[in-house]
Design a protein around this ligand. Structure first.
Ligand code: PMP
Ligand code: GLU
Length: 395
């Protein structure tokens, strides 16, 4: 009775819910293989862990500047120059408690009631609810595996109305792994620049790209792009640092100042120890990033081949992130183990109960008839999980 309408208008994160369900079953002794989690299975590299231990021992345990320490901001500025050829100053950067927090602060900073935010689907689960929580209206641009889950510039142009404030661009994408090449991105950015809408570019999977794909930041594709883009990135995925909770945003000063103001009245600085660890992540040796990337690429190749060999499943080969998003629509309406599976949610329930594998239904990402499988788990478990899936489909 005390809960606000605002909170009642959103749902809990389904990816976190499925991950929690799988982990709870594992704790009860059920041998569940967790393909639900969107987090790397590697340890955080040792140089980063050591930097955190050194920070604790040096007493770096007090409040810090709200938007992040000068040394981490410097490391982020150097990273954006080195990797993305983008030049930012310290007042154009804000560090938050994960990229998720950066996105939350960003939506709160730019959305007025009724503003429209274009969100290409399949989308990461949190964009739409964060937009709603800020009083905005998500405008979904649907795509399918037929076009490799990529939006076309004409579709963006058609979706823009006088109420459009921003568009979310997420390449490589969660949940599809789809990536935009420089040229594809440029055509979309041109439309956004012409309409003067804000581009919210979630680049958290930047480092996880395959087949020699060359990542390109939205802010860098043409000179006019940077002033209209907020780049969101972080250390969670590239450095296997999901629990450390550090993400950041780079963009126009007034937006960064607004985000910092929200943070000053809510969380204050992100954890001091994690700020130090993230500085080492960005400044230190990068070999571990490449080691993990290579391992993910091997797993992707294996899992895509296995899925495509299963009757009723088709799977595009994504060039980024650590997810595959196979089409299972041919299996919906079929009978498995004596029960008709009516939709992708019932299909994932069936997989959890009967095959003991946890995956996320496509409908959570605004795409009915697919499932998301995270391959951020060992090759051994992937093999075992694919065997279980194959067996379950024969039941
Ligand atoms: N964006 C996308 C697309 C993601 O998949 C995630 C991971 N959940 C995030 C942002 C947030 O990452 P974090 O808060 O761990 O930095
Ligand atoms: N990126 C992960 C996922 O999509 C983390 C969970 C979350 O924050 O939603 O599974």
């Amino acid at each position: 009775m005390f809960i606000s309408n605002r909170v009642q208008s959103i749902k809990p994160s389904p990816t976190l819910a499925i991950d929690a369900k799988a982990k709870a079953l594992q704790q009860k002794g059920v041998d569940v293989i967790n393909f639900g989690a969107g987090e790397p299975d590697f340890d955080t590299p040792s140089n980063i862990r050591q930097a955190a231990i050194a920070a604790i021992n040096a007493g770096f345990t007090k409040y810090c500047p709200v938007a992040g320490t000068p040394d981490l901001k410097k490391a982020i500025i150097e990273k954006l120059k080195r990797d993305n050829n983008l030049e930012y100053t310290a007042d154009e950067i804000v560090v938050s408690c994960g990229a998720k927090h950066s996105l939350y602060n960003l939506f709160q900073s730019v959305i007025n009631d009724g503003d429209e935010i274009i969100v290409p689907a399949p989308y990461w689960v949190s964009y739409t609810d964060m937009v709603i929580l800020a009083g905005g209206k998500p405008v979904i641009l649907q795509t399918s595996d037929k076009e490799d889950f990529k939006i076309k510039p004409e579709a963006v142009k058609k979706a823009i109305t006088p109420k459009t404030k921003a568009i979310v661009i997420n390449s490589p994408s969660n949940p599809t792994g789809a990536t935009y090449t420089h040229d594809e991105l440029k055509e979309i950015v041109k439309v956004c620049v012409a309409a003067k809408i804000l581009m919210i570019s979630d680049e958290i999977y930047e480092k996880l790209v395959y087949d020699n794909f060359k990542f390109c930041s939205t802010a860098s594709v043409m000179p006019e792009a940077k002033a209209l883009t907020v780049v969101v990135n972080g250390v969670s995925k590239a450095y296997s640092m999901t629990g450390w909770r550090i993400g950041y945003a780079a963009g126009p000063k007034d937006i960064i100042a607004a985000m910092t103001k929200i943070q000053s009245q809510s969380t204050s600085n992100a954890t001091s120890i994690s700020l130090k660890a993230s500085t080492e992540a960005l400044n230190g040796k990068q070999e571990d990033v490449e080691m993990m990337r290579k391992e993910f690429e091997k797993r992707r190749n294996y899992i895509v081949d296995r899925l495509n060999a299963m009757p009723g499943i088709t799977c595009t080969k994504p060039s980024g992130a650590f997810y595959v998003f196979p089409n299972v629509s041919k299996l919906i309406g079929k009978n498995f183990g004596g029960k008709t599976v009516k939709n992708d949610m019932e299909f994932t329930d069936f997989l959890l109960e009967k095959a003991e594998i946890a995956v996320v239904p496509g409908s959570s990402f605004g795409a009915e008839g697919y499932i998301r499988i995270s391959y951020a788990t060992s090759m051994e478990l992937i093999k075992k999980g694919m065997d279980r899936l194959e067996t379950a489909l024969k039941s």
